[in-house]
Ligand binder design. Sequence first.
Ligand code: SF4
Length: 234
Amino acid sequence: MVSDLSVWSQVIFIVGEITVIVILGVILFAFLLVGISLYSIHRGRPFFPRFLKAGMVLLEGVARVMFRIFGLEDREVLTFFIQIQNAINKGPFEAVPVEQRAVFFPQCLRSSRCPAHLTPEGLKCQSCGQCSLGYWRKVLEQLGYKVFIVPGSSFIKRMVKKYHPKAIIGVGCLTEVKEGLEMADKIGLIPMGVVTTREGCVETDVNWDDVMEVALLGIERSKIPEEVRHCLPA
Ligand code: SF4
């Protein structure tokens, strides 16, 4: 009986030791993760993006708490998640021919007086001139992109199923882009995210230079149609 108790107390002691080691390991790992993240944010580009991404997936909750302790808002953390993802995907995205890429814009970018109708493939923009979507949609299509203006992620999934793009650009608010990048990752697409500069449900905005910077990745200037070249950022 006495020896049974001593075996049990030894087991409990070992389990306790392992638990403490695991907790210390998690805390150390989280510190390392947050340290590299803060340095990356300070330098404006992600260092060791694959390590950061794996760490964030494993320890997202702990890392968020620690980011808050270091004074970072959720918004900054989400922006950083997206930068990491974009940094990892940039190379593979560049390698995909533009004909196998698609761009998804949220319908909140359109004018509140938009005359376009919703179809099973999203809004059919009439390039009426009341918002920038009409102009840049044409530029992107001339480059070879499939362009969709959609009200939600269910349209994205449907269009991906129908047209099988290999790489996509998702434009949206921070949360939409983060969730979209994760969804695209899961279904084997190479996603790049661009966050809108003004959030909301109507007449939001995006920096078109940011969109085009991503859209032009991997496309040689000489291969850009003449009629499109003059529309592009310098
Ligand atoms: S340009 Fe296209 S998306 Fe913008 S308001 Fe006109 S029809 Fe709607």
